[in-house]
Write a protein that binds this ligand. Sequence first.
Ligand code: MEV
Length: 409
Amino acid sequence: MKERIALVKKLAGLTDEESRAIADTGGLPPDVADRMIENVIGGITMPMGVAVNFRVNGKDYLVPMALEEPSVVAAASNAAKMARVKGGFAVTNTGPLMIGQIQVVNVPNPEEAKKSVLAKKDEIMKKANDQDPLLVSLGGGAKELNVKVLSTLKGPMVVAELVVNTGDAMGANAVNTMAEAVAPMVEELTGGKVFLRIISNLADRRLVRASATFEKHAIGGDEVVDGIVYAYAFADADPYRCATHNKGIMNGVVAVGIACGQDIRALEAGAHSYASRTGRYKPLTTWEKDNNGDLVGSLEMPMAVGLVGGASRTHPAAKAAIKILGVTKAIELAEVMAAVGLAQNFGALRALATEGIQRGHMRLHSRNVAVAAGASGKYIDLVAQRMVGERKVRMDRAKEILNELKEEE
Ligand code: MEV
């Protein structure tokens, strides 16, 4: 690692300070970092905050969240506080089922091939389960085999799909190993040629459903309820708004995912492909008014997370974050993440439907602007407070204030 960073420093003309900033791996020991990915030169740390007030299925949680964006942790905590009035979040899940796909091309008779593969379902699933006796002993393993015939740009294709209960693992390794192991059998049965053997990130058999009722007075009254329902209708009707609506949900989901060492690319892929499953891109949440005039929100999305394997087991900070959260099963982690996603969406919509997000956001962002303008130590808060007071949270003003403060001394 030292040699690599020295070389990169020279090639990129980094200063000592810049190369030190990268070489410092924070809470991740350098030897662990060096084995996690390739060509490692260091690390990048981001702040981890804890969201408070979360009650999910009757249990209280302190929720670690790692991200660079101000206001997200505050908004989640505030939303969770409002949800508590009516008991917090209720979350259910469909179980940890992931799909592994085996693609077969050049199949002489696709419909016959489908029948032949299905006729050997038990043998194929046995072969898959032989790959992971531990998972099977814990109640997981391949549970179904489905076959579909696709009409594609390159003609018909047969795709066999293993449905695997991956237990407490995110499951990519288990599923990919199984898909590769059964591929020769599928190839022989179909008379075609297998190319891809890989997990699907459209994890629509691994869903979480969170819901919460927000008492209207606790959230600001009828107008706020209506504003949030209108915001939802906007997202439902328009993909331009919907992308941002769902981004707000992922602010929460991804932040907990990063803190807990999850594969957040898989979470994003699952979320957005699920949001598009009808052929139109839709919100992952729904918002409506109930008979009492209270606001009822629900979220349904794939949540492929794991507590065995991956960074959740190797990154010391992720392990500690999981301990803070106090979850021992992957589905419990998934359920809390769904509650955070719903809370985050509520917080964003409530702010957007009322005073807008910029005032609160800029107040919290002002410290970042002060740092970017060169403030350090006590000057960070002094510059930030003055900018907020003047309602001018801008780099040029931060620099001016910083100079003024230094001259005053
Ligand atoms: C910003 O990170 C997230 C929001 O834009 C989400 C939304 O518009 O719903 C505030």
